[in-house]
Design a protein around this ligand. Structure first.
Ligand code: NAP
Length: 241
């Protein structure tokens, strides 16, 4: 049995590890980072070429199921996979880790997009953790100072007053605290990625009592089945094929 696993997340890697030996797993990566953490099994890299390209790929590479374990903000890939698997009658599951929950002591401001996040920011010292491809939304803010962290170096357009740190999770709360204090950060901007790999910044923000501007997740397409854990995805797969 062959499973196409749309990956790029820690959950996708764990799922590929757990399925190894039981299923033939082809993990698909977007190809955003030069040295990705590769899952076991077969991998393919790069976009499929929209809906038509994805359909052609599935017609040439028959699979028993498609599991979408992409990042919660990879909405285009998820929409493509949902639509094409429905057309072809292929079982389809979205594995989506739960979003983050506000706890006492947090000061979170939910927004609908990075553009809205940019519009909501006072002219101050901002820690941006929304990813290098989102820096453009903040590029016009000349009176702000930004600290941005990304896995790969960002490319213009980007803000004028910007310090970039190249790093990838997991991060610890102590390190995040040191980073925020040493740069005198006054606001944190993040997407609601969920999970533990990058949640330490939220703990640190609570500790230093700074507000967090948090971008809401895009909704899942209608009528797709989704589960929150790798274990639940394995159960679904075993019941579906
Ligand atoms: P997207 O907007 O859903 O994807 C854009 C295109 O990239 C898709 O249409 C598809 O190209 C290709 N693609 C995405 N995931 C793929 C996969 N697993 N295998 C093959 N092709 C894939 O998502 P995104 O641009 O990758 O990311 C959107 C946001 O998600 C980013 O701003 C970032 O914050 C976050 N994110 C994504 C990843 C990731 O691995 N994708 C990791 C961390 C964070 P075609 O239409 O040509 O098929």
């Amino acid at each position: 049995m062959t499973v196409l696993l749309l990956g790029g997340t820690g959950e996708a890697r764990r799922l590929a590890e757990d399925l190894a030996g039981q299923f033939r797993v082809i993990s698909s990566l977007a190809g955003r980072v030069r040295e990705p953490r590769l899952p076991p099994g077969e991998t393919r890299t790069g976009g499929f070429g929209g809906r038509a390209g994805f359909r052609t790929w599935l017609e040439s590479n028959p699979v028993s199921a498609v599991i979408d374990a992409t990042h919660p903000f990879a909405a285009t890939m998820t929409a493509t996979a949902a639509a094409v698997t429905a057309e072809l009658g292929i079982p389809f599951l979205v594995l989506r880790r739960p979003g983050w929950q506000e706890t006492p002591g947090d000061n979170w401001h939910w927004v609908g997009s990075v553009t809205e996040a940019a519009a909501s920011l006072p002219a101050t010292r901002v820690f941006l953790t929304t990813g290098r491809e989102e820096l453009e939304a903040f590029a016009h803010l000349d009176t702000h100072w930004f600290l941005a962290r990304s896995v790969e170096p960002p490319e213009p357009p980007m803000p004028r007053n910007l310090k970039v740190i190249l790093d990838r999770g997991p991060f610890t709360a102590d390190n995040e605290l040191t980073l925020m204090r040493s740069h005198n950060v006054k606001v944190l901007v993040t997407k609601d990625s969920g999970g533990t790999m990058t949640s330490a910044k939220l703990t640190a923000a609570r500790h230093v009592e700074i507000p967090v501007v948090i971008v809401r997740r895009p909704p899942l397409p209608e009528d797709v089945t989704s589960v929150p854990t790798v274990q639940a995805a394995i159960s679904w797969l075993k019941n579906s094929v």
